[in-house]
Design a protein around this ligand. Structure first.
Ligand code: ATP
Length: 283
């Protein structure tokens, strides 16, 4: 069986505070896009669980989020993984804030559920996904959704009006724990207008959605990285994006476009400086 794992973007990301259990309470509007990994699930005649990826530096077996998802799925069925090969063709950049690993895990859950005759409802599948990672429940459901708590409390939202996306991942690495640390130690100066974003989605106004995109992690980036992020966003806007934002804990920046030609030109221009630049559509 072949399954697609879609990348996600954050239209908004707010960190509400640190919880007693050490996690943070988040409030995020998430959006799936057509940029995707492909997963092949196949019986391997009793060889147990094997995970193989087109990117050789990714972990194999249960350490790969796709493998971990298979283990959690069969645990929920009260069984071991007896005979499963997972072959991953990665296109979603790794450590980019686009939930590539979580989306692979969610695709495995959806695929295995179908292969096993749908023993779980989508809500049950999302709950199984929670054991793999906080973004997995959203990736099981996908589309446009509000994610709260650690990311596992989901409310489906009216779909974003279809549009073009240019996503660009600069080369510098970001450390998510470090960014949370910076957020904890300083006062957040500016937050997304999440209510305004929900109203904009309700009204189906793409321009209003694009204008309300905001991510509190961007302000917490070290100076040089924040400057690079601002430069990429600036190019996107100059090329005609209706709005631009950073996704997750970065470092991917993206812009929303209502015109294909403008999006293609932006992708071409940014692609000259940044290898990992992608043109996609919203889903
Ligand atoms: P998020 O947006 O959910 O924070 P991310 O885009 O920052 O995710 P991922 O690309 O999902 O990050 O993966 C981050 C880590 O997970 C990497 O250290 C990687 O080695 C590990 N990993 C395990 N399985 C996978 C997978 N199938 N695809 C990508 N990364 C994986």
């Amino acid at each position: 069986m072949e399954v697609q794992a879609l990348a996600k973007l954050n239209l908004t990301l707010d960190v509400l505070g640190k919880r007693p259990d050490g996690y943070h309470d988040l409030r995020m509007v998430m959006q799936s896009i057509t940029l995707s990994d492909t997963l092949e699930l196949a019986d391997n005649a009793g060889e147990g669980l094997r995970v193989e990826s087109s990117l050789h530096f990714l972990p194999a077996g249960e350490k790969n989020l796709a493998g971990k998802a298979a283990v959690c799925f069969y645990q929920a069925l009260g069984r071991d993984v007896r005979s499963l090969d997972i072959r991953l063709t990665k296109r979603i950049p790794v450590c980019a804030g686009m939930a590539g690993g979580s989306s692979d895990a969610a695709a495995v859950l959806r695929g295995l559920n179908e292969l096993e005759g749908n023993p779980f409802t989508p809500t049950e599948l999302a709950r199984i996904g929670e054991r793999v990672g906080s973004d997995v429940p959203y990736c099981v459901i996908g589309g446009t959704a509000l994610a709260e708590g650690r990311g596992e409390i989901l409310t489906p939202l009216p779909a974003l009006p279809p549009c073009w996306v240019v996503a660009c991942k600069p080369d510098f690495p970001v450390s998510t724990p470090e960014l949370f640390g910076r957020i904890d130690s300083c006062r957040i100066r500016c937050r997304p207008d999440t209510e305004g974003m929900l109203a904009a989605l309700e009204s189906g106004n793409l321009g209003a959605v694009a204008r309300r995109m905001y991510n509190v992690f961007e302000d917490a980036l070290p100076d040089r990285q924040r400057t690079s992020m601002a430069e990429i966003k600036n190019v996107l806007i100059q090329c005609g994006a209706l709005g631009a934002n950073m996704s997750g804990s970065g470092p991917t920046a993206f812009g929303l476009f209502d015109e294909e030609e403008a999006a293609r030109q932006a992708a071409q221009l940014l692609g000259q400086s940044y290898r990992e630049t992608f043109l996609a559509r919203t889903v």
